[in-house]
Write a protein that binds this ligand. Structure first.
Ligand SMILES: Nc1ncnc2c1ncn2[C@@H]1O[C@H](COP(=O)(O)OP(=O)(O)OP(=O)(O)O)[C@@H](O)[C@H]1O
Length: 260
């Protein structure tokens, strides 16, 4: 729980499916207040790496550490309690409830969990205030009394992010956050994630294919290829590196995506 540890770290993290090594000894540390994009060609192991961090998959070997604590053997729910929040997967919206009710439910559930020492004793008033704060953070406060069913798709995405924030994660994971979104919805989600970056206690990880999204959000890019970490650095440097351009991504620097 101290600042001497990176918020999240993977050490020699490996998973094999039969003879295939999908994530191959990936060691990487993620600091508070940083946003890291994970890129690589199709099948490189990006989603599998995410699944190993969030607990959807169990590593063959290696470790995932949160604030120095080994998460091996912990379920997805236990990892969420500890502070790993994965967007658009953990949260289920209740369509007939209002926006505010949805967020309050998550805040309440979070407060009941034993690991959140500061909010175990949270009063009803504190929980309500927390929900209002989160709704303001994602700019949904004016729609707080609308039912979820009445929201646009973009606003539902905002609500999903609000519910993720209400879980108070230290690590926020987004798997292709703009995939399947309409042209007008993309800036909404990008704005939201950019807003989340202002909280320097949080660390954001995103798997992303789109170069413009990466450029606008990431402070750092790590590249996976055949499950191994092959490049790590500032976006401009990584995108321009010959190893990424030619050997691994097979793309010219100015093309739309950095993979596949
Ligand atoms: N449950 C599984 N069983 C067997 N093989 C798997 C399983 N999950 C992933 N793989 C394999 O592991 C490799 C990495 O897959 P993964 O989905 O992590 O790649 P990715 O980088 O996320 O690709 P994409 O960009 O296409 O989503 C692939 O070869 C995939 O077929």
């Amino acid at each position: 729980m101290t600042s001497e540890h990176p918020v999240l770290e993977t050490r020699d993290l490996t998973i094999r499916f039969g003879g295939h090594v999908a994530v191959d000894a990936v060691s990487c540390a993620f600091q508070r207040g940083t946003t890291t994009a994970i890129v690589g060609p199709n099948g490189a192991g990006k989603t599998t790496y995410f699944n190993l961090i969030s607990g959807q998959l169990t590593a063959t070997s290696g470790k995932v550490l949160l604030n120095g604590e080994d998460l091996s053997g912990l379920s997805v729910a236990a990892r969420t309690d500890r502070g790993i929040g994965r967007a658009f997967q953990l949260t289920n919206l209740f369509p007939s409830l209002t926006v505010r009710e949805n967020v309050r439910l998550v805040a309440q559930a979070r407060a009941r969990r034993g690991y959140d020492l500061f909010s175990v004793a949270s009063s009803h008033v504190e929980l309500i205030e927390r929900a209002e704060h989160v709704l303001a953070e994602v700019r949904l406060i004016e729609k707080a009394d609308q039912t979820v069913a009445a929201l646009s798709h973009g606003d539902q995405r905002k609500l999903e992010v609000a519910m993720l924030i209400a879980l108070q994660p230290q690590v926020l994971m987004f798997d292709e956050p703009t995939a399947g979104m309409s042209v007008d919805e993309v800036p909404v989600v990008l704005d939201l994630i950019a807003g989340l970056k202002r909280d320097t206690d949080r660390s954001i990880l995103l798997v992303e294919h789109k170069m413009d999204v990466i450029r606008s959000l990431a402070d750092r890019i790590i590249v996976l290829h055949n499950g191994a970490l092959v490049a790590d650095g500032e976006p401009a440097e990584v995108i321009a590196s010959p190893i990424v351009q030619q050997a691994y991504l097979g793309r010219e620097p100015e093309e739309e995506t950095v993979d596949a």
